[in-house]
Write a new protein. Structure first.
Ligand SMILES: Cc1ncc(COP(=O)(O)O)c(C=O)c1O
Length: 378
């Protein structure tokens, strides 16, 4: 076992001050008796919307829920939705749960996203929309062109921005390029509400539909008349309180991640040690993940084991280890020719990165990588 201290792949932090702030407000919630869809949820929504410069933010109880609500609101049943093969299960599963069919698209290995050319290639007569996913917090420079293409074709563009809270392209927030954006506050993300998610949109109709869907499809909160096939997708007040605190900390947490990213870039940027996935032009990343592409032929599992056991460096699960069509329950979605997704997923490695990471921990990772290189395992 390594004599080095363990550097975890990721960490979520609440300082003593954070914990006190949260506890005081949760006490208020308990005293008030308003435990769900209350004032803290509204405050959380207001601050998210203001921060991203959008009209509406609708909080829900997961990023999966926010995706499914957006898709149900757009009535995708019986229709096709373009979805990247290189994404989390929920991006495609939400389309299926809403009654639609995900049409998988290949990956642009340089950005880990989807190129406009690939979108054009995969368009079907039944396509009603495009879902773009900002893997690792990277926003492809093609977003404005993809949005223009969707407008031209009369289809919608949505973003699964679960990885990209706080990332921007030319100053515009991830999640705001199309009709709506979905975010996740799962505890591995750059900010968390323990569990939770949010839909952001400028569209008044979509916003009011989302509020109906998240609360069992009811016409209004106090009425038991169901006008949509909704579900219990509500965010509780304690979750909103936790999310509010992390939202306040978000700029500092992202700055810290960017500092670690810059330290890695300085060590690896030349590409002589490892090849980091470069930031798209105009993109300011939240550094949700720091992804490097391994040279062909490197045994990733063996390299990770060596880094962990010999140098205490714990690399996280990849984003993602295999593309969607390589999962048992989604293999029927394979349209063929997803070879670049297999390369992107098969050769990537995510180095440890988190908001409270110290420079010394980053240097331990860099030295570990150098040693692995010398040893011939990387
Ligand atoms: C790209 C992507 N989409 C959707 C989700 C689902 O979010 P949640 O876990 O909050 O349901 C995640 C999170 O894990 C994700 O990474």
């Amino acid at each position: 076992m390594s004599s080095f201290p363990a550097v975890p792949p990721t960490r979520i932090d609440f300082s003593a001050e954070d914990r006190e702030w949260i506890a005081a407000r949760i006490k208020q919630v308990l005293e008030s008796g308003r435990l769900t869809l209350g004032p803290f949820g509204e405050e959380f929504e207001g601050e998210i919307a203001r921060g991203m410069g959008v009209k509406h933010a609708i909080t829900v109880n997961s990023g999966t829920a926010s995706l499914e609500i957006m898709l149900r609101a757009m009535n995708v049943a019986g229709k096709d939705v373009l979805v990247p093969a290189n994404t989390f299960f929920a991006t495609a599963a939400a389309v299926m749960s809403a009654g639609g069919t995900p049409v998988l698209m290949d990956t642009d290995v340089a950005t880990l996203s989807t190129s406009l050319a690939e979108i054009e290639r995969r368009l079907t007569p039944k396509t009603v929309g495009i879902m773009i996913v900002h893997i690792a917090g990277l926003v492809t420079a093609e977003m404005p062109a993809i949005a223009a293409f969707a407008r031209k074709k009369g289809i919608w563009l949505m973003e699964d921005a679960a990885h990209a809270q706080g990332s921007t392209l030319d100053g515009k927030h991830a999640g705001t390029f199309g009709l709506a954006g979905s975010f996740s506050f799962y505890p591995t993300k750059v900010m968390t509400s323990a569990e939770g998610g949010v839909i952001v949109t400028d569209d008044d109709t979509l916003a009011s539909e989302a509020k109906i869907y998240r609360d069992q499809g009811k016409a209004s909160f106090l009425q038991n008349t169901h006008i949509r096939m909704g579900y219990n997708w509500r965010m509780s007040e304690p979750h909103a309180v936790i999310g509010l605190r992390h939202l306040h900390n978000l700029p500092t947490m992202i700055k810290n991640r960017q500092r670690i990213g810059a330290r890695y870039d300085a060590a690896f940027g030349g590409g002589h040690l490892l090849r980091p996935v470069a930031l798209p032009k105009g993109c300011v990343s939240n550094y949700y993940k720091y992804v490097v592409m391994l040279p062909e032929g490197v045994d990733r599992a063996a390299a990770k084991k060596w880094l962990r056991e010999e140098r205490g460096v714990h690399c996280s699960g990849e984003v993602y280890e295999v593309p969607l069509h390589k999962n048992e329950v989604l293999k029927h979605l394979d349209p063929g020719n997803l070879t670049q997704s297999e390369v992107a997923c098969g050769r990537q490695l995510c180095l440890p990165i988190f908001a409270s990471m110290s420079d010394a921990q980053a240097d331990q990772v860099i030295e570990g990588v150098k040693a692995a290189k010398d040893k011939g395992v990387l």
